[in-house]
Design a protein. Sequence first.
Lengths: 228, 228, 236, 236
Amino acid sequence: MSNPGQEMIGWAREDIARNIALDIPDGSIVNLGIGIPELVAACIPKDREVIFHTENGLLGMGPPPHKGKEDPDLINAGKRYVTTIPGASYFHHADSFAMIRGGHIDICVLGAMQVSQTGDLANWSMGSADATPAVGGAMDLVAGVETIFVATTHCTRDGQPKLVRACTFPLTGVGVVRRIYTDLAVIDVTARSLEVVRLAPGIDFDYVQQRTEAELTMVENPGVEKTA
Amino acid sequence: MSNPGQEMIGWAREDIARNIALDIPDGSIVNLGIGIPELVAACIPKDREVIFHTENGLLGMGPPPHKGKEDPDLINAGKRYVTTIPGASYFHHADSFAMIRGGHIDICVLGAMQVSQTGDLANWSMGSADATPAVGGAMDLVAGVETIFVATTHCTRDGQPKLVRACTFPLTGVGVVRRIYTDLAVIDVTARSLEVVRLAPGIDFDYVQQRTEAELTMVENPGVEKTA
Amino acid sequence: MINKQCQSPAEAVADIFDGATVLVGGFGAAGSPIELIHALIDQGASDLVVVNNNTGSGHVGLAALIEQGRVARMICSFPRTAGSTVFPDKYQAGEIDLELVPQGTLAERIRAGGAGIPAFYTPTSVGTELAEGKETRIFSGREYVMEHGLTADFALIKCSRADRLGNLVYSKTARNFSPVMAMAAKTTIVQADSIVAVGDIDPEVIVTPGVFVDRVVAVSDAQQESALLAAGVSYP
Amino acid sequence: MINKQCQSPAEAVADIFDGATVLVGGFGAAGSPIELIHALIDQGASDLVVVNNNTGSGHVGLAALIEQGRVARMICSFPRTAGSTVFPDKYQAGEIDLELVPQGTLAERIRAGGAGIPAFYTPTSVGTELAEGKETRIFSGREYVMEHGLTADFALIKCSRADRLGNLVYSKTARNFSPVMAMAAKTTIVQADSIVAVGDIDPEVIVTPGVFVDRVVAVSDAQQESALLAAGVSYP
């Protein structure tokens, strides 16, 4: 039994990214959001060919350029400089979102402000009146991509749970999240519950549940984890 | 006064095409239907630059190829071999009809089975049960192109009028025709009537009216014809 | 590694099932994937719903598939071709159904299907018998018809160059419906005049990105429908 | 003869009127037609409705147009940029209106406008506050929101190469919204890195056919927004 007051150390940001990368099958077309999701690309196992889509009109996005090789015409959705891999292609925004909305992107990894126990995602607005709202492509991605992974710290910086019974922030999409990767656990959104399928080293179930507003269950046989 | 039984000679097919060509302003983007409309391209005055669109995905269609130079991958909407002019571009069918439906084609010249006095066009089906219906792009063209010219013989081969009070054949579009070019006259569809703006040499108004079911009027000053 | 290459048209079409909806590229003979269609004839699937602008010519390609009685329904804009009686004969005999769709509406319905748009409004066909029974609606004082996105189980298309990732470029007006059909099918099968190395096609000129393509097969000596017609060939 | 070339950005934007709706190409700095926007600032039109994915950076380009108080309303998906406070400040002060649209819906609305589609249904934003007040409808058991096509009086876009007929090709991800914006404006104005002879651009690789373009102006030494920001430039 863990002590609620004691902070245990879970996975680092790079570990979260690696956990996600290992769940991405060879041959997948993947869109990565900003933040931890961006780290996933570098963690894909060498024997898998995964192609990255960025919604501003590029399929076959490569790693960041070397210093001095930045091209202002070659950026990703986060407006960072990127490169292309052989076999890349450019297209306009309507075609890019036809890929997304039409179900042609296999997996999207997004950050989150909140995820509900039924898979609702809130990641675009705190709902405060004094902020400028900005949505970007998040609503299109969750509506169009079959498999939505969330990469996030388990709690906010001030310790508030992000996995909640119902989102209090404005929604990005309803019932869209498939699997949540945090610093403490890997958690599937199932028809019945949020089901912990894997715990970070040294972290136990109770410790995770104490930091989660939504009710968690433990997968029956965590040793035989199936990938999403 | 003409004698109703006496057949007078009007314009030939090439004359009709030339009448149309002279009404196409420099710089126009034009789509030509099958039949007499196809003859228009060769009649454009040399000092005008007119660009031809064919709905199967080509802007900048040129004249037919020389014998032996036919390319099976380069055809027009009538499935005839064509060529391209410098500045041509290829695009897919959805983009091609975006041009049409979105109002980006200036003029379309079509054949007709019937035109009503309110500008309804029937040119795709005789409505007979034993025929195989085929519509092609005609309905898209009349819905999307601002200026629809009709090129047709004034009557059918067996002498039936094609300019009628109301079409009896299935419609291609409602109130879409702007100007009608026949072997006997050039006729505008106005809010009030079918108005004859020009008569073929040796043809008088009564002769045209006798071969027209719809009621015609004569433009007030046919010597000062305004182009469409 | 991603490798969408198949060794033969037969392998590429092997899993097309009875009753499948199949988008077939081409406008008349231009862009018609004749070898894939002939492989489908050999393969045997029947009760197909086929989407193509036309219904084929002579007794080869799509016309042959229809002639063999394998197509239950055609969705197309112009089911007539000079000198071809295969479809009209079947249609008059009540042996095949026809859904007649204006050409631009057909292209837009396929694009919508591929883009995740279930329905849209178009001015095309308003006031005509092709709008009968369809919902209409006024926007800014003009009447429009509601049309539905069109998706399919398979697409059979032809291109000039492809790579193993499924990136495609086409030849001239043989492009026609193929790029939107590639978007709208669960499984898009492509015959390519040639398959080139990944990276050989400039990223700026790729018309169909590989994300829309599932299988590519090289058919380096593709038959021309016009030559088959001139030779009086019937398939099989 | 068709010649869409203008001699200067000033000439190209001269007739943009107060209250006009203006589509502005670019995603962040990539593809932003800075010289055309600066010419529009000089020209003086106000009460503009501007459509762009963002709201500009620093105090140049679109951010400068907003800062000068010339934009009454923005239609965009992401009106925030790292280090830019121009739009948020105006917005919080109630000096500018915002219509927030999901990025894919924005692109599709513009394409629809250009393609003569007055409205369509999309799954994007269903169940969120951005769907509030919008008509929804079930197709095949799933809920969709109805969105309207978006057209404009003018589009200001940037491309890499153009010809006098208005045929355009773009550079990499600087393509983004520009091809659909070119379709949706009554008057599409293009700044091109270079203007080449008609026929110099391969017909197979033209992204925007000339039919969608009204004016082209060569800006051979276009400024890079990142360089202007680094230099701390404010326009004018």
